[in-house]
Design a protein. Structure first.
Length: 122
């Protein structure tokens, strides 16, 4: 990369950090790898495939797939695991498919589950 391009890149990165805060953009090699805490999905095979032993804790996770593909079941299993660890979980039920009795059978503490059922996904 030419010196002019490097200066332009540095200026652009500086502007992004100024506008969005330090650490909003960085070179991946500039920071050491951090150990990410995870919560099990309830499926050993999926936990292994995800590479960190489950889903990352403290992040917003979107589960996407066709109708009747197991999205709600997977999500409820993760919520049950998180609650067992003493965590709090929120369920945004865009499909209005949440069955509290089914959730309870999967181990979800429904009395402490935060639920939102928006009319639209926007």
């Amino acid at each position: 990369m030419t010196e002019d391009k490097m200066k332009a890149l540095a200026a652009a990165l500086g502007q992004i950090e100024k506008q969005f805060g330090k650490g909003s953009v960085m070179r991946l090699g500039d920071h050491e790898v951090v150990d990410i805490q995870s919560v099990s999905t309830g499926s050993l095979g999926l936990d292994i495939a995800l590479g960190i032993g489950g889903l990352p804790r403290g992040r917003v996770i979107e589960i996407y797939g066709p109708e009747s593909s197991g999205k709600t079941t997977l999500t409820l299993q993760v919520i049950a695991e998180m609650q067992k660890l003493g965590g709090t979980a929120a369920f945004i039920d865009a499909e209005h498919a949440l069955d509290p009795s089914y959730a309870q059978k999967l181990g979800v503490d429904v009395d402490n589950l935060l639920v939102s059922q928006p009319d639209t996904g926007e």
